[in-house]
Write a protein that binds this ligand. Structure first.
Ligand SMILES: [Zn+2]
Length: 347
C-alpha cells in the first residue's frame, strides 16, 4: 500500500497508520462511493491514498470545478488551486487540526450544499464564501485550544482576547485573500470583495465552540419562524446564520461519518487533547478543561460531544434539509457504538 502523501515536508495525515487505512477506507473500498466526493460514504483517508500531492488543493480543485465560479466571479482553476496550495502550507502537522481536517470539512460542506438541498437557500457568492471558509477555517492552528492560550497568556490571546483562535484563522484568511500571488478575488469589484471578506470573517468566527449553543438556539428559533421556504432565508441576518450553521455543522461532522472514520477522527482529537494536557502539566498551567475536571475517557468524550453538541444541531438541520437525515442516523449509531465499546461512556 502506498504511504500517505506529504506536504511541506511533513505528513499531513499525521497519526494515520496503514492499519487505520485498512480499517476505514480499505474496508469500504469495495463501495465505489467511498471516492465519490458527492457521497456521504466519501472517505478522506482513502481519497488521500489515491491522490499524489497535497490533498487539500486536489480536493479543492475537484469540488470548485463543479461550480461555475469562472462565469460568476472570473475565478480560474489556476487561481483556486494556487489559493488552496497556499492555505495548505499554512496548516500545521497537528493530530487533528491539520489540512486533512480542512479537506474533510470542505467535502462535508459540498455534500450538504450539492446533495442535501442547501443550494436552494444560497447564491454563488454564499457558496464561494463557505467553501473558502472550509478550506481556511483552522489556518495555523497551534494544536491547543482557546482556554489554554488564555491560561498561558499567549501572544495570540493578548491580540484577540475573545474567540482567540477563530480571530487568528479569520485574519490569516483575509490576508490570504488579499495576496496578489493567486489573485483569487481579483475578478470581483472592490465592493464585492469587501462584502465577501466580511461574510467570510463572520462565518469563521462562528466556528468557536464556545458559541455553539447560542448558534443552535438562534437556528432553532429562526427555523421556527422562517420554515423551509428559501425566500424566508434571504434577509441578510438569516442568510449569514445559515452559512454559519453550515460551516459549524461541517466542522463537527466527523462524528457522523461511517463508524471507522468517526473512530479515526476521535482518536486524532483525543491525541491532540492529550498533547495539550502534557504541555499544561509540564508548564504548570491549570485550565478549566472538561477532561481535566471529569477525567473523561475517549468514549465518554465522544458520547457527550455527539449527544449534546452535534446531534441537536443536525436534528435542526434535518428539519430544513431532510436529506441530512443520513448524518443524523450515523450520529445515533456512533453514539450508541461508543457506549458498547466503553460501557461507562453514557453515564
Ligand atoms: Zn475545524
Amino acid at each position: 500500500m502506498k504511504e500517505p502523501q506529504t506536504h511541506s515536508g511533513s505528513t499531513h495525515l499525521a497519526g494515520v497508520t496503514n492499519a487505520d487505512i485498512d480499517r476505514s477506507p480499505g474496508r469500504v473500498c469495495a463501495n465505489p462511493r467511498t471516492h465519490d466526493i458527492g457521497s456521504w460514504a466519501f472517505n478522506i483517508l482513502g481519497y488521500a491514498q489515491r491522490h499524489a500531492g497535497p490533498l487539500l488543493p486536489a480536493l479543492t480543485a475537484a469540488i470548485f470545478a463543479r461550480f461555475n465560479f469562472h462565469r460568476a466571479f472570473g475565478i480560474t482553476p489556476g487561481q483556486y488551486q494556487n489559493f488552496a496550495a497556499a492555505a495548505n502550507r499554512l496548516y500545521r502537522d497537528n493530530p487533528f487540526h491539520n489540512a486533512t481536517h480542512a479537506a474533510d470539512v470542505l467535502q462535508c460542506a459540498y455534500f450538504i450544499i450539492a446533495r442535501c438541498g442547501m443550494r436552494r437557500y444560497l447564491d454563488d457568492q454564499d457558496i464561494l464564501a463557505v467553501l473558502i471558509c472550509a478550506i481556511t477555517h483552522d489556518l495555523d492552528h497551534p494544536g491547543v485550544n482557546n482556554l489554554h492560550l488564555q491560561a498561558s497568556n499567549d501572544p495570540l490571546y493578548q491580540a484577540y482576547p475573545r474567540s482567540t483562535l477563530e480571530c487568528h484563522h479569520a485574519q490569516l484568511t483575509l490576508a490570504l485573500l488579499r495576496d496578489a500571488n493567486h489573485g483569487l478575488l481579483s475578478g470581483l469589484s472592490e465592493s464585492a470583495q469587501q462584502q465577501l471578506r466580511e461574510k467570510i470573517a463572520h462565518i469563521i468566527l462562528a466556528t468557536d465552540v464556545q458559541n455553539s449553543d447560542q448558534l443552535k438556539r438562534n437556528f432553532a428559533q429562526t427555523l421556527e419562524a422562517a420554515g423551509t421556504d428559501p425566500k424566508n432565508w434571504r434577509a441578510k441576518e438569516r442568510n449569514l446564520l445559515l452559512l454559519q450553521v453550515l460551516m459549524h455543522a461541517s466542522d463537527i461532522s466527523n462524528s457522523g461519518r461511517p463508524a471507522p472514520v468517526n473512530k479515526y477522527w476521535a482518536r486524532c482529537i483525543h491525541q491532540e487533547v492529550r498533547h495539550q494536557e502534557a504541555i499544561e502539566e509540564q508548564k504548570g498551567i491549570t485550565i478549566p478543561h472538561p477532561s481535566h475536571e471529569c477525567g473523561l475517557t475517549l468514549g465518554q468524550n465522544q458520547f457527550h460531544f455527539i449527544s449534546h453538541s452535534v446531534l441537536p444541531l443536525y436534528e435542526h438541520l434535518a428539519t430544513l434539509l431532510p436529506k441530512t437525515a443520513i448524518i443524523v442516523s450515523n450520529l445515533k449509531k456512533n453514539r450508541d457504538a461508543w457506549v458498547v465499546e466503553d460501557p461507562g461512556a453514557g453515564l
